[in-house]
Write a protein that binds this ligand. Structure first.
Ligand code: ARG
Length: 274
């Protein structure tokens, strides 16, 4: 029986959600999107976390920042230390400052804004001991060294090679954290990574749950786990079955509207670790 731990999340309602520009292959401005439907799906996600016993904080969305709902891109917080973000796309640049202000106003004293392009938890995944760090499309590899120095945690760099899986959190997530490397458990889609990075992952996580192309295509790797309950897009049924076999409890949510911008449950969720 897996044991959940209570989490604290920061989320941003998609009140100004839209697909007005193209910065990843999922975005198509000619397709209709509904901010209303996005808000409904997001509200269900937030309430799911609360039902699971987690704390959800909210930051006010801003007009003109349609991607601000993807809070994961705006901060990496470990042991109360906050490493902010620096976006690659000019359309998202202003989001970083809103989140920096939120952390300042909520009593965080140890806040660093990165010098290098750094899309935060979009490209960083904490295993409890290691910070897995993606690069290839968004976060600058030099931001990995900056994160290691600022947060004081060992960073493992991983190369992403498929433009559909442009952020690490679209290809990998942590199922159960652990303070020793070997017992943390992750799920990932191997083909999203370079050959060398696949070997690194196989070496560090021999018991990982390996996802299929179909799991990845519905954003199944954009899951959020509390160590037992795993929030997944409702299409990720095959992955869900494999997680049940490993003792996890999948909780399925509809994120179809948010996926039109290239996001899923994890993208909407910045974890505040103390
Ligand atoms: N449209 C957004 C972008 O391309 C989606 C971000 C999704 N966030 C994530 N953590 N993967 O930047």
């Amino acid at each position: 029986m897996r044991v959940p731990t209570t989490r604290r999340y920061l989320m941003c309602a998609p009140r100004f959600f839209a697909v007005e520009y193209v910065i990843n292959p999922w975005m198509d401005p000619s397709q209709p999107v509904s901010a209303e439907r996005a808000v409904a799906q997001w509200t269900e996600l937030r309430d799911t976390y609360r039902r699971l016993g987690h704390t959800v904080e909210e930051i006010d969305p801003q007009p003109g920042l349609p991607d601000m709902v993807f809070a994961a891109n705006s901060g990496t917080v470990i042991d109360g230390r906050v490493l902010g973000s620096r976006f690659r796309a000019p359309q998202r640049t202003a989001e970083a400052e809103h989140f920096r202000r939120w952390f300042t106003e909520h009593g965080y004293r140890d806040i660093t804004m990165p010098e290098k392009i750094n899309e935060a938890e979009g490209d960083f995944a904490w295993t409890g001991k290691l910070l897995l760090a993606g690069t290839g499309f968004r976060t600058d590899p030099a931001a990995h060294a900056e994160a290691q120095e600022t947060l004081g945690v060992p960073v493992v760099s991983l190369n992403l090679v498929d433009p559909r899986y442009y952020h690490l959190d679209t290809a990998l997530f942590v199922l159960a954290e652990a303070t020793d490397t070997t017992s943390a458990q992750i799920a990932y889609y191997p083909a999203a990574f370079s050959a060398g990075s696949q070997r690194v992952l196989a070496r560090l996580f021999p018991d990982a749950v390996l996802a299929t192309a179909a799991d990845a295509e519905c954003f199944g790797l954009n899951g959020v786990s509390d160590g037992r309950n795993v929030v997944l897009p409702l299409e990720a049924t095959a992955l869900a079955e494999r997680l049940v076999a490993r003792g996890y409890a999948p909780v399925m949510v509809d994120i179809s509207e948010l996926r039109k911008a290239g996001g899923g449950p994890k993208c909407c969720t910045l974890e505040i670790r103390k």
